[in-house]
Design a protein around this ligand. Structure first.
Ligand code: ARG
Length: 471
């Protein structure tokens, strides 16, 4: 007597409800329904062309699957019941209950092992594409703030101590560079998912005369896997996108950390829009950068998902093992989390107010022109060590008199060295300090403007390059 499950023939007893629920992945993989149906339609079309199933069965199958898709999209999905182990079995069972015997022919020359890998690859390819675009929108927000504030001078830090004045745009372009690399990693993870594995069957291929290349063409996969064992057990593409997600979060957490610092009263460099801040239930004066903090905090989970999948895969023998069912929860969580965070950060950046005066004030404090003044003396013929000593004394004097270097008069400078000319007063002006860093990639305005333009061009290219999937 059959136990009623899809492998009922071999079994005398069915698992208890607890074990059924323990083994089920439906609550997690339910979101693969569209990919599952698309993959099944391509499989059925190919089986028909190859003469494995009849045209009328193929028609019943593909029409039935399209109806199921419409029903799920309309919210009529009560048939996706937990009594089914996963989305693949739930859809197949529903198809068979709707169209009868033809439904049972769909699974010819296929196993859930190649089916689940195919569906997940389809999903990851699309998710990577939309994450690429989401990364681009943060880059675009950064570039537009940088373009609108090309004169804003900002204190550059090392060790979180003021180091040298730079342009705010220079700092922002460093953020854009981080995200540009994330984009490249995300695009690469889309490519790593872009391999057709369907047709590998359970592990060894199939005795039916199938045409995997036709399926790859219909599903728009860039290539066809060449080893059936590897194909059903390869989850590298999940590691790849999960790693790309972890890197995005690492960068977002660094950006958010700066947004949090900059929006504090201690810094006061930016004011986050009310739409991206929250208040306190007890302290009426407070405006908290909650979403920046939350993004920073969610980084932990996304890192956890990476170590989770790596550990699940560790030591697994070939080929498919049920362990692999654990691959999707962390994957989906990483994709969802990164997508939410990119959206939040893009909003925060494009709506924040830049307090350029506060930045300038901070950039002018801290004697950051000291190196420039020493270099000036070297150009007048002093040895660097002597120049260092002279400027050290000047800094001490200025500090004692509560003056900044640009506030010293020529007469005051002459007390320390008579080689100072009137041009020394120009050297310590903050904008000149910035503009003197003319190195390729340095902070001088011409350099930054040219980097800004190139970043914009690369962004335009990247947006174009991310949209490749048919929709
Ligand atoms: N739900 C399973 C998963 O996600 C599908 C593959 C099951 N294959 C099997 N032979 N039990 O991995």
């Amino acid at each position: 007597m059959s136990t009623g499950s899809l492998w009922g023939g071999r079994f005398k007893e069915s698992v208890g409800q607890q074990m059924q629920e323990f083994g089920a992945s439906l609550p997690v993989d339910i979101r693969l329904y569209e990919q599952d149906i698309r993959g099944s339609i391509a499989h059925a079309n190919m089986l028909c062309v190859q003469g494995v199933i009849s045209t009328s069965d193929k028609q019943l199958i593909t029409d039935g699957l399209r109806d199921i898709l419409k029903d799920i999209q309309a919210g009529n999905d009560e048939f996706l019941d937990i009594k089914h182990e996963d989305i693949h079995m739930a859809i197949e069972a529903e198809l068979t209950s709707r169209i009868g015997a033809a439904g049972k022919r769909l699974h010819t020359a296929r196993s859930r092992n190649d089916q689940v890998a195919t569906d997940t690859r389809l999903y990851v390819r699309e998710a990577a594409e939309s994450l690429c675009l989401a990364i681009c929108s943060v880059r675009s927000a950064i570039i537009s703030v940088a373009s609108n504030h090309t004169d804003a001078i900002f204190p550059g830090y090392t060790h979180l101590q003021r180091a040298q004045p730079i342009l705010l745009s220079h700092h922002l372009l460093a953020w854009q560079n981080m995200l540009e690399r994330d984009y490249a990693r995300m695009l690469a993870s889309k490519a790593s998912a872009d391999v057709l594995v369907l047709g590998s069957a359970a592990l060894a291929g199939t005795t039916y005369d199938i045409n995997r290349f036709a399926v790859a063409k219909e599903l728009d996969f860039a290539s066809v896997s060449n080893n059936s064992l590897d194909a059903v057990s390869d989850r590298d593409f999940i590691c790849d996108i999960t790693y790309a997600c972890a890197m995005v979060m690492m960068h977002l957490s660094r950006i958010c950390e700066e947004l949090i610092l900059w929006s504090s009263s201690e810094f006061g460099f930016i004011t986050l829009s009310d739409a991206f801040s929250t208040g306190s239930s007890i302290m009426p004066q407070k405006k908290n950068p909650d979403f920046a903090e939350l993004t920073r905090g969610k980084t932990g989970r996304v890192y956890g998902n990476l170590i989770g999948i790596l550990t699940t895969l560790k030591s697994l023998p070939l080929a498919y093992n049920k362990d692999m069912q654990e691959d999707k929860e962390g994957l989906f969580d990483s994709i969802d989390t990164v997508s939410l965070c990119l959206n939040a950060v893009s909003g925060m950046i494009s709506t924040m107010h830049i307090n350029a005066n506060k930045m300038l004030e901070a950039a002018q404090g801290g004697f950051m022109a000291a190196t420039d003044l020493a270099d000036y003396l070297v150009k007048q013929g002093l040895a660097f060590r002597d120049a260092h000593e002279v400027v050290g004394k000047i800094v001490l004097f200025a500090e004692k008199n509560k003056l900044q270097l640009h506030q010293l008069s020529l007469a005051q400078l002459h007390q320390f060295s008579d080689v100072f000319g009137a041009d020394a007063l120009e050297v310590v002006k903050i904008a000149n300090v910035v503009d003197a860093r003319t190195t390729y990639g340095g902070t001088a305005k011409d350099q930054v403007l040219s980097q800004l333009e190139q970043a914009q061009q690369r962004l335009t290219q990247d947006i174009k390059a991310s949209r490749t999937l048919p929709r």
